[in-house]
Design a protein around this ligand. Structure first.
Ligand code: PMP
Length: 443
């Protein structure tokens, strides 16, 4: 073994000895990232990768974006205080920008340090506003890892306990192409989900506070119902006064190409009552937040404070990052380059015996894998493709209820040449995985 391999093995052993067993990592030999530039990252062993997972979706624009680096370095040299007890011009400016972008009239913005905390806050607002701890969530959902947010996470492999401060009612709508409604047309599927929602509400115990939904389920494998589904849900919610929380942690900031927020694919549905965001806005720094209508945000009467939420350094970085995104029309880039990438992936899928479906939009594309020639979900295929892609210098994500979906979500500044490079690497990785699996069945 080389010196770097030995050092890596030692680090991995120490990681395993001191961090929790349930802390998920990718790859049999997890990667230690040391630096990045643009859409590329490097590991401690000197290998370069094209990053098709945006550092787990946190790199919204580009790695080591000079504008963001300059903003956080400048702020670091001034003061690193935190606490919402003091005013911050960056926090106010960022909140104003996000309030305008949110589409929610008379919006108020509260900054958090993660997506989990953003959803916890959204649920606190909704339950206090409505005086009920009953909430609706979609099956196969993921909303975070706190005690509250695991209670609305339908995907049991990410929800370690069934105990919860909430009473959660799960409804259909997040997965279009598998499950009991998979054979239905879009219109029939929507009608069936609405009927399911009405049925669940009919069995609810009095007031229901809110429905929380990811417009495209992220950890769930980049799945979604048909466009307009949430608008159909909204009609029902409005009749009962139930609030709509859109979790835009993965779908926000133009990633889906056609829209700035995922909920906008549902046309007349909006605006939502509460919107949560995180991940990409800080370009890797811990930042999340909640946007809500003023009456919903201000329903809390007890004082509150956040030590780290909206601190000067994270808001300075996020302002620079968001400014870059808007000035360079990265939403348009996600639409254009995402469209090309989608076409390439569709072509690759057509020649593969283990791809069941390519889905998603913009630069949020999922590839569902199955056993060769069949329809049985294959987590093995996803792991094999992930490892093979790594060998070809490409980082991707995985997810899905059965762990059988590949998740592709590069930084939004991805170029056409990089999209081609990634599609080629993925095509080779899929071939390699398929050959391995066929070898295993014939051996
Ligand atoms: N909501 C969604 C849709 C997510 O994908 C995630 C993170 N994967 C979260 C919430 C939780 O965010 P965080 O990890 O920042 O707590």
């Amino acid at each position: 073994a080389t010196a770097t391999e030995t050092a890596h093995a030692a680090l991995h052993a120490r990681h395993r000895a001191v961090l929790p067993d349930w802390l998920a990592t990718y790859y049999a030999r997890p990667i230690e990232l040391t630096h990045g530039a643009g859409r590329h990252v490097w590991d401690a062993e000197g290998r370069r990768y094209l990053d098709f997972f945006g550092g787990i979706l946190t790199t919204m624009t580009a790695h080591a974006l000079p504008e963001v680096t300059a903003a956080i370095t400048e702020q670091a040299g001034k003061i690193l205080h935190s606490s919402t007890l003091y005013l911050s011009s960056q926090a106010v400016e960022l909140a104003e920008r996000i309030a305008r972008l949110s589409g929610i009239p008379d919006a108020r913005v509260f900054f958090t340090t993660s997506g989990t905390e953003a959803n916890d806050t959204a649920l606190l607002l909704a339950t206090v506003h409505r005086g009920s701890n009953q909430v609706l969530a979609l099956r196969n959902s993921y909303h975070g890892r706190s005690f509250t947010s695991v209670g609305i996470t339908g995907n049991s492999s990410w929800s370690p306990t069934s105990l919860s401060p909430l009473q959660t009612l799960y409804v259909h709508g997040g997965v279009r192409t598998r499950g009991p409604f998979a054979h239905l047309s879009d219109a029939e599927f929507t009608a069936a989900c609405v009927a399911d929602l009405e049925d669940v509400l009919g069995q609810a115990n009095g007031t229901v506070a809110a429905l929380i939904a990811e417009p495209i389920q992220g950890v769930g494998g980049f799945t979604s119902g048909p466009d307009g589904l949430l608008a159909a849900f909204k009609e029902v919610l409005d009749r009962h006064g139930i609030l709509w929380i859109t979790d835009e942690v993965q779908t926000g900031w133009g990633r889906t190409g056609e829209h700035f927020w995922g909920w906008q694919a549902h046309g007349q549905a909006g605006p939502p009552d509460i919107l949560t965001f995180a991940k990409g806005v800080g370009n890797g720094m811990s930042m999340g937040g909640v946007v809500a209508r003023a009456d919903v945000m201000n329903c809390l009467t007890a004082n509150s404070i956040s030590t780290f939420g909206g601190s000067p350094i994270t808001t300075a970085g996020a302002l620079a990052n968001l400014g870059y995104l808007v000035d360079h029309d990265l939403q348009g880039n996600a639409r254009r380059v995402g469209g090309l990438l989608r076409a390439r992936l569709d072509a690759v899928a057509a020649g593969s015996g283990i791809v069941r479906e390519v889905r998603g939009r913009g630069l949020m594309l999922g590839v569902e894998l199955v056993e060769p020639g069949g329809d049985v979900p294959s987590a093995t295929a996803a792991s094999l493709v992930l490892e093979a892609a790594r060998e070809h210098g490409l980082l991707i994500g995985k997810g899905g209820r059965a762990g059988n979906a590949l998740r592709i979500a590069p930084p939004l500044s991805l170029t056409v040449a990089e999209a081609e490079e990634g599609a080629d690497a993925l095509a080779s990785a899929l071939k390699q995985a398929e050959a391995t699996m066929e070898g295993a069945t014939t051996a």
